[in-house]
Design a protein around this ligand. Structure first.
Ligand SMILES: Nc1ncnc2c1ncn2[C@@H]1O[C@H](COP(=O)(O)OP(=O)(O)OP(=O)(O)O)[C@@H](O)[C@H]1O
Ligand SMILES: [Mg+2]
Length: 258
């Protein structure tokens, strides 16, 4: 059976084409100003990479904050469910999911059979999210993709005390002006994100094995900081950004809540 999953996030729109249990095509594109348009672009490109047409796909499910604006699906499923299902299809023994996307961060605790037992989510502000890192990279005149590498060169530990993105940005600017090396500032930012995740993990009593999903899992500095704060390693999907869409594609087989 061929199904598709579409995850319309705040920053990226991701589409996955699934044949039984194998991903045969996927695409990640910027969401931009129109969720509807981004959904179409991601879906068409994923179909092309799978060498399929829309007519080959038997069911489509959508997730993510923009899921209700996907015109070519009737089924929508929450992000929490999709991340749980996508994660367990990749890591059979995953007990917890840490997802950091553009606009929110969440921790999900799974039961032994893979159901969502509990979750914690920060979607009230940009602090500790991918968007937070984008703002900081711009303030430091650094590429987002280099943050992980740069933080690995940090020699001195500094603490970023502001949790709010706007205040943290001012703090970063002040640290730069004081001559604090970028590497140390970036590590401080990564550790601030790790601290927020740690408090969610503690609140939920989430346990290992942990899997990290979302675009921020591509930042090795954040991964290292979370691993060190939790005192355990994180398992990483090959393409962490498409796990929600993968979960939706799996759920499309059996229908889903509207
Ligand atoms: N190559 C990369 N290196 C470092 N960070 C990256 C890379 N690619 C993406 N990111 C991070 O991933 C974030 C986007 O993540 P993702 O695509 O999971 O967000 P989203 O699903 O649109 O957001 P949300 O789920 O919050 O609505 C970016 O803000 C950025 O911080
Ligand atoms: Mg997302």
């Amino acid at each position: 059976m061929i199904t598709a999953g579409i995850d319309i996030g705040s920053l990226t729109a991701d589409a996955v084409i699934l044949r039984d249990n194998a991903v045969i095509g996927y695409k990640v594109v910027p969401t931009g100003a129109s969720s509807e348009n981004a959904a179409r672009v991601a879906y068409d490109a994923a179909l092309e990479s799978a060498k399929m047409t829309e007519a080959d796909v038997e069911a489509v499910a959508a997730t993510g904050y923009g899921r209700s604006s996907v015109p070519f699906t009737q089924r929508t499923i929450t992000e929490i469910t999709c991340h749980a299902v996508g994660t367990r299809s990749l890591f059979r023994d995953a007990a917890s999911v840490v997802d950091i996307g553009g606009q929110d961060s969440k921790v999900i605790r799974l039961s032994a059979d893979g159901r969502v037992e509990d979750f914690a989510m920060n979607d009230k502000c940009a602090a500790g999210t991918g968007r937070f890192l984008e703002v900081m990279a711009a303030a430091l005149e650094t590429d987002l993709e280099l943050l992980g590498e740069l933080s690995a060169r940090s020699t001195e530990r500094i603490r970023i005390s502001s949790t709010c993105t706007v205040f943290a940005e001012s703090e970063v600017v002040a640290l730069v002006a004081r001559g604090v090396p970028k590497e140390d500032i970036i590590r401080g930012l990564h550790e601030a994100i790790a601290e927020r995740i740690y408090s969610m993990v503690r609140r939920l009593r989430a346990a290992e094995p942990f899997v990290m999903t979302g675009g921020v899992a591509k930042n090795k500095g954040v991964v290292r900081a979370i691993e060190s704060r939790l005192g355990t390693s994180l398992r990483l999907p090959e393409e962490p950004q498409i796990v929600g869409a993968l979960g939706a594609a799996i759920m499309a087989r059996s229908g889903g809540e509207r």
